[in-house]
Design a protein around this ligand. Structure first.
Ligand code: DGT
Ligand code: CA
Ligand code: CA
Ligand code: ZN
Length: 566
């Protein structure tokens, strides 16, 4: 989905136009950006249907910019404006109290282009001398720069990973070795920037290719061994070229986490070695560095999968050769949560099946909303029965994929479900989840969830903490108590794999795994292209030390049928 990227471009044009002193247009751009940002459908599809101008606030001129971006990956108008006013408008306008016009004055009078310049000018007392600013404003600016810096943007793994993989794939043809590094390689739920490492005998050419990619909005730095760019989506990508004999140690170093590296270096020192990005050294002699395996091996431990490198006990386990055999990305055979046109999804059951088959799934569960959730188009009993008939027919049409008929029911405030047992009896698998009254005290909320887990027909507790990353805090619950109840009742805890949910998170997954609670992976797809997110769920499972046995999506259909049996 390019919705966010396009909104961001339009906001930026708005700010730059305002700096130019243009009237009305900035407001129009912002309005359009807001509407595109909150669009629940993919703007590319709107464009394909020729319906861009049906989006509120999108007129001919803005529609043309959207079209230009979707077709060419750039917007000339933005490039012209950025050339004319070369300031980092986005970061600067994050300083509270600084509007586009003030930024313009600061640029014209003091040459302020970015946060560093701004800080310097404020510290030197140059801002207070400007007309309309004053000492108080200067002080405020200085305080707010700190806040703007702390509010450093992080990006959802699920949205950045496809872009990062595309870059790696594209560069692969030109280099000897290449890999993602940093938090994105560890599959952390959000990433600050994308780190890429490569080996090449022709660094200069690689850097040219890298910095002239279509998706690059701005080249931040360009050198022979390191370049940084910012993509239209707003994220920074760093590419480093390293020597072949150091690739493994550099990959190890730049994969992190920092905490993991610190521990590792201590172990190296204890053994009388020195570990850095260039290699593992005994005196001047490099004893390992070409690949990661030999670095870990020389330190007397198993190679540690990147997802575990958070200094949460993995180093000790690796030293004792007791790392778990993490569930593999190829071992998950299906998806246990998705929605269709029967409730609030955009595709038919058949379309979801087709897509799932493309992904190689052997089973899926169709889990449309039931009950009173108005916005989600919850089905009633009659509709569930009709849906069952459709699924029965589709089962006959496909012999390479099994379709479980499921529902997602709402857990009401008192812990009861808002549908009858009669309805629940009609389906194979029942998901229960909280969709309202998120702010209850921990004790009350825990009792509520426990009651739902104890419900005789509930199989899976879906998105158990209800958090939306960077948007909604998790509900307050006693997680250990919930997991214990789940275990006692044979209820599965979901790893909701939608990019902004990832719920349970890695820490809770580890707790569940330690307690012997089984987990399921569900994308919560509301469109067929969301089905690809199941891999994010596997990443969370791996970060939570889960093995194949812990994740029921690795089981056969027969085994699942037994688990879901009423
Ligand atoms: P991010 O980008 O904030 O999501 O997180 P990372 O982990 O990708 O961090 P980043 O991009 O600043 O640096 C990449 C890796 O480089 C990091 O995971 C570990 C390594 N690294 C960076 N700075 C230090 C440091 O000061 N000490 C050590 N030991 N390692 C560092
Ligand atoms: Ca990073
Ligand atoms: Ca970085
Ligand atoms: Zn839900």
């Amino acid at each position: 989905m390019k919705n966010q990227e396009i909104a961001r471009i339009l906001y930026k044009i708005a700010d730059l136009l305002e700096m130019e002193g243009v009237d009305f247009k900035p407001q129009a751009y912002r309005k359009a950006a807001q509407n595109i940002e909150s669009l629940s459908i993919d703007i590319e599809e709107v464009y394909k249907k020729g319906e861009l101008q049906k989006i509120p606030g999108v007129g001919k001129s803005i529609a043309e910019k959207v079209k230009e971006f979707l077709e060419t990956g750039r917007v000339k108008k933005l490039e012209e404006l950025m050339k004319k006013i070369p300031v980092d408008i986005e970061r600067l306008s994050e300083v509270e109290g600084l509007g586009p016009r003030m930024i313009k004055t600061l640029y014209e009078k003091l040459g302020v282009k970015n946060l560093d310049d701004l800080e310097k000018a404020a510290k030197e007392g140059r801002i207070r001398r400007l007309k309309g600013f004053g000492e108080k404003t200067e002080k405020k600016i200085l305080e707010n720069i700190e806040l703007a810096r702390q509010r450093q943007h992080r990006f959802l793994l699920g949205f950045v990973l496809p872009e990062a993989n595309e870059i790696v794939e594209m560069l692969k043809k030109h280099v000897e070795k290449i890999s993602l590094a940093g938090s994105i390689r560890r599959r952390k739920e959000t990433v600050g920037d994308v780190d890429i490492l490569a080996v090449s005998s022709n660094a200069k050419e690689i850097m040219d290719i890298f910095t002239s990619m279509k998706k690059v909005e701005k080249v931040l730095a360009k050198g022979e061994t390191k370049s940084s760019v910012r993509l239209y989506g707003g994220i920074q990508v760093d590419l480093r070229i390293v020597a072949p004999e150091s690739f493994g140690s550099a990959l190890q170093y730049f994969t992190g986490s920092k905490e993991h590296n610190i521990e590792l270096r201590k172990i190296a020192i204890k053994k009388g070695y020195k570990l850095n990005e260039y290699g593992l050294f005994m005196g001047e002699k490099r004893i390992a560095g070409k690949n990661e395996e030999e670095v870990y091996e020389a330190l007397g431990m198993q190679w540690i999968p990147p997802e575990l490198r958070e200094n949460r006990g993995e180093i000790e386990a690796a030293l004792n050769r007791k790392l778990p055999k993490l569930v593999g990305y190829e071992e998950v055979k299906g998806d246990l949560q998705m929605h269709t046109k029967w409730s609030d999804g955009s595709n038919t059951i058949k379309e979801m099946i087709e897509e799932a088959r493309q992904l190689g799934h052997k089973f899926i569960a169709i889990t449309d909303h039931v009950g009173s959730l108005k916005v989600a188009g919850g089905m009633d009993e009659r509709e569930v029965l009709e849906q069952a008939k459709e699924i029965e027919k589709l089962r006959e049409a496909y012999d390479d994929i099994y379709i479980f008929h499921g529902v997602e029911a709402n857990i009401m405030k008192n812990g009861e479900l808002d549908v009858s047992n009669n309805l629940l009896k009609q389906v194979d698998v029942v998901l229960a989840s909280v969709h309202s009254a998120f702010r209850m005290e921990e004790k009350e909320m825990t009792t509520r969830i426990i009651k739902a887990i104890e419900h005789e027909y509930v199989d899976i507790l879906a998105h158990p903490t209800c958090r939306i990353i960077q948007k909604r805090e998790p509900i307050k619950v006693d997680m250990e108590k919930i997991l214990q109840t789940a275990k006692d009742n044979g209820v599965i805890m979901e790893i909701n794999s939608y990019p902004d949910r990832l719920d349970l998170n890695d820490i809770h997954v580890k707790l569940a795994v330690d307690m012997g609670v089984k987990l399921s992976i569900g994308t919560d797809a509301h469109r067929k292209d969301h089905l690809q997110y199941y891999k994010l769920g596997i990443a969370v499972a791996r970060r939570g030390w889960a093995t194949k046995e812990d994740i029921i999506n690795t089981y056969t259909v027969e085994k699942l049928q037994k688990i879901f049996k009423k």
